[in-house]
Design a protein around this ligand. Structure first.
Ligand code: ASP
Length: 319
């Protein structure tokens, strides 16, 4: 195997109207591709690469993960994250955590330093303390834009999900290319390394105005994330409840493993089949063991990008 590839996403959703400067979003995606690509270029593992890429997106306040996470209905941050190694199918995941600068690093610590797959709340935070992971106070995670989104969503009497399936975007004070009030803002990365191994990582603040304690698909193996060297690595973004019910991540793997589908056809079927029929909106990024990449979405836009060995990074927002 002489080629590496990494793909990232920064969430999906409807498109904001009007003139919007998309440059910072492309730059944020490129920085993440670069962070992951640097690991792969040096012969590092897909696992380290997806963690590096997701940490870069967590540190960027434009994306809803880590710094810049959305608010729950009681104006707090509760973050979910996961990471999966396709070689041995080890997984680490956390849900409902706060104060940890990089939730994906905590997911990795759960994978590396406990015998468990998923830890929530205080138990997960105990691992963060034991492993000396970086923490931040509430002010670090606060962004005026996110709080304003929560207030707008509340004022419009919209539910916990703040969804907009119609494509009618809500004009906010600071419009973004994808309407922030109705966006599914998870970030994710998938990679194939030079040794031929696959990995995936996901991190999110969840949905604006979500119920305290609500956990989405992002930390649920087989739903928001999946990786298996025999088929593919998948990272999802969208309406988590439907992604969980449709087991989207594992669906892509199963179509390839049991039906012999190509990555493209499996990923397309997972996003436009059952998921869409049950009202699920969003998309996924996936890479297979041959280095093919697929990034389908059934919403109007998805922040996404791909970087291959010896090629410049490419980033996209709309169809
Ligand atoms: N899937 C995430 C969740 O339901 C949200 C997102 O993708 O932005 O928490």
């Amino acid at each position: 195997m002489s080629e590496y590839v990494i793909a990232v996403h920064g969430g999906a959703g409807t498109i904001s109207p009007g003139q919007v400067d998309v440059t910072p979003y492309h730059e944020g995606l490129k920085a993440a591709l670069q962070a992951g690509g640097d690991v792969l270029r040096r012969g590092g593992s897909a696992l380290d690469a997806v963690q590096a890429a997701v940490q870069s997106l967590e540190d960027c306040p434009l994306f809803n993960a880590g710094r810049g996470s959305v608010y729950t209905s009681d104006e707090r941050h509760e973050m979910d994250a996961s990471i999966m190694d396709g070689q041995c199918r080890k997984v680490g995941a956390v849900a409902g955590v706060h104060g940890v600068r990089n939730p994906v690093a905590l997911a990795r610590a759960v994978m590396d330093h406990t015998q468990h797959v998923l830890l929530v709340g205080d138990g997960a935070l105990k691992v963060a303390r034991e492993q000396g992971l970086a923490t931040e106070d509430a002010a670090y995670f606060h962004t005026e834009e996110r709080l304003a989104q929560l207030h707008r969503v509340r004022a419009q009497g919209r539910g916990a999900m703040a969804l907009d399936h119609t494509g009618q975007a809500i004009v906010g004070a600071n419009p973004a290319p994808i309407c922030e009030d109705s966006k599914y803002g998870t970030v994710g990365a998938v990679a194939l390394d030079l040794a031929g191994h696959l990995a995936a990582a996901v991190s999110t603040g969840g949905m604006t105005n979500k119920h305290p304690g609500r956990v989405g698909d992002s930390p649920i193996v087989g739903a928001g994330i999946y990786a298996n060297d025999a088929s593919c690595a998948v990272a999802c973004t969208g309406t988590g409840e439907q992604f969980m019910r449709a087991c989207v991540g594992h669906d892509v793997h199963a179509r390839m493993a049991y039906q012999g589908d190509s990555l493209e056809s499996a990923a397309h079927a997972a996003v436009f089949g059952d998921l869409l029929a049950m009202g699920g909106s969003g998309g996924l990024i996936a890479v297979d063991h041959r280095g093919h990449v697929s990034m389908p979405f059934n919403s109007l836009g998805m922040y996404r990008g791909v970087l291959r060995s010896n090629e410049p990074a490419q980033t996209f927002i709309f169809q």
